[in-house]
Write a protein that binds this ligand. Structure first.
Ligand SMILES: *Cc1c(COP(=O)(O)O)cnc(C)c1O
Length: 385
């Protein structure tokens, strides 16, 4: 395995043990909480599941680091465990940071409730436009936090501006890369300090575990790992095994999901019963040019408004037969949800409307099914009274 290999090859081979355990072609599950003492020096080197260092952790750490061309990586019990452990490592009472104004709901609440309770302050900015960021800087500003593609409107933020701003002002840059995946965007290559993932979504891809990951320099990842070791948010070996298995097909899945979602977005765009479609792959999309320059693919998500009110939107959703009405995303099966009821129900209607998220907005996570069947299902659901 070398850096020269393509990402498809790294997904299969990177991080795999050089000497196969018992000759096993597939990495076995090490279902043991503790391991024999071999004279480790440091507390963090004791082999114990909570200390994130079993063989099942190590293979994932090395594979994830290779995928995003970074020095190191760490997996965690959930995406929120990766996000909270990273922020708690880098920020202390009295510190300040900047974050994009519409983040994943759990992240937003963690910032506005939990971090604030600890005396850590955040100013929200519009990361799609660098105007005004500098005015928000303070001597105690430590980092800037963004997401690659926003949810549910699917805008691509001004990621190059975020990196140069962070470098110019000597602060760290963190990005939640869940929606893009390492197939479509590799933040470290573009100068970000840390890339975060809810591995629950595309990395695992099979809707059967909750997991998280953080990728970056050896120095930062070691600090975050020590924090996670104490917070106790380690991923159990069984979930490590499932995540490892799921990740091997990431490239195949993302290719199909990139294609399917773009086909569906194009179909929706010309359908007379559809008012507005959000997908960075559409030429009509406001972040299309930026998305085309920054990303290797536009991702598997699409959101749109059907002509009519909330009742029309709900009727459309219940008319679908292949799409499952469920929150979350990134699995092999297509899902549909109304963000006002699920992912964005924590926001007030006014705040949602102000950010362009109408109550009738529908969001789809496109799976790997045949796109003809998905389009036929959408077509029929729009026609059925
Ligand atoms: C789901 C999600 C999270 C949280 O991940 P969990 O695995 O549910 O803890 C964070 N960020 C984004 C963008 C997500 O979609």
């Amino acid at each position: 395995m070398t850096e020269k290999h393509k990402i498809e090859t790294k997904l299969i081979h990177a991080g795999e043990p050089k000497e196969k355990y018992g000759g096993a072609v597939n990495m076995p599950i090490f279902q043991s909480s503790t391991f024999e003492d071999t004279g480790q020096g440091d507390y963090h080197e004791i082999k114990y599941i909570r200390l994130n260092n079993t063989p099942n952790h190590i293979v994932l750490h090395e594979k994830l680091a290779a995928l995003e061309n970074a020095e190191d990586a760490l997996v965690s019990a959930s995406g929120m465990a990766a996000i909270s452990a990273s922020l708690l490592t880098l920020l202390k009472s009295g510190d300040h940071f900047l974050a994009h104004k519409s983040l994943y709901g759990g992240t937003n609440t963690f910032i506005t409730n939990d971090l604030r309770d600890l005396g850590i302050e955040c100013d929200f900015i519009d990361a799609s436009d660098s105007q005004g960021w500098e005015e928000k800087l303070r001597p105690e500003t430590k980092l800037i936090y963004v997401e690659t593609i926003t949810n549910p409107l699917l805008n691509v933020l001004d990621l190059n501006a975020v990196v140069s701003f962070a470098k110019k002002h000597h602060i760290l840059s963190l990005i939640d890369n869940t929606f893009a995946t390492p197939i479509n965007y590799r933040p470290i290559e573009h100068g970000f300090d840390l890339s975060l993932h809810s591995a629950t979504k595309y990395l695992n891809g099979h809707t059967d575990i909750v997991a998280g990951a953080v990728i970056g320099s050896k120095d930062l990842i070691t600090k975050i790992k020590y924090k996670l070791n104490h917070l106790g948010g380690s991923l159990n070996p069984n979930a490590c095994f499932l995540m490892h298995r799921g990740m091997k097909t990431l490239a195949l899945r993302m290719e199909r999901q990139n294609d399917n979602s773009r086909e569906i977005a194009k179909f929706l765009e010309i359908h007379p019963k559809i008012r507005k479609v959000n997908h960075p792959g559409l030429e009509s999309n406001s972040s299309h040019i930026r998305a085309s320059t920054l990303l290797d693919g536009f991702g598997g998500m699409v959101s749109f408004e059907v002509d009519g009110d909330v009742q029309e939107a709900d009727k459309f959703i219940s008319n679908l037969t292949l799409f499952i009405n469920a929150p979350s995303l990134g699995g092999v099966e297509s899902l549909v949800t109304r963000p006002a009821l699920t992912s964005h129900s924590g926001m007030s209607k006014e705040d949602r409307e102000a950010s362009g998220i109408k109550n009738e907005l529908i969001r789809m996570s496109i799976g790997i099914e045949a796109v003809e069947d998905l389009i036929a299902d959408i077509y029929n659901a729009l026609e059925t009274k």
